[in-house]
Ligand binder design. Sequence first.
Ligand SMILES: O=C(O)CCC(=O)C(=O)O
Ligand SMILES: [Fe+2]
Length: 182
Amino acid sequence: MVARLLAFALSREAAFSDTTVGKRKIEGGQIRRSRVIRDFGDVNAPLEAAFRARLSQAITALRVPPFTLDSLSLELAAHGDGDFYRRHIDTFIGGEKTATDRILTGVYYFHALPRAFTGGELRLFSLRPIEHGGAHLDIEPPCDSLLLFPAWAPHEVLPVSCPEGNFAQSRFAINCWYNGTA
Ligand SMILES: O=C(O)CCC(=O)C(=O)O
Ligand SMILES: [Fe+2]
């Protein structure tokens, strides 16, 4: 799967666009810097099937209440030198609220080997604020791994460093949001 996805990402390099934050396409600016595509062409069906196949296991392991899955939303993000995504949650907030919401976030990681970048860890925060004893966990997901967490959990992508790197050496990640009605 990794070779296929790398080839796919490289073939679509020109179609990647700068990321924005929120449905209203507010300029990401200081919150997020990366490039994404949402059209997966031929790889869409096998990817959706793979993400769907992990859902029941994720619900059990994460101890989230079962929910009705309405749809999946997939996005392929490339983080290159200096890219990041500051602390945020993936559920919709404020005026963006709709009947169906993101319940779980899945992130599948892949990149060229040997890995050319450093940084880019996923930082998961506890709900307790840092000043009140809260903590965080930095996860460095290996190539070809899937990480799942509740979409409401605060998280961050630490800055990626890859000064000599080109697009092919990016930190690639496929975000899969499990949209549902609780
Ligand atoms: O790439 C990651 O590790 C997470 C990305 C993320 O948090 C997002 O796109 O909402
Ligand atoms: Fe996120």
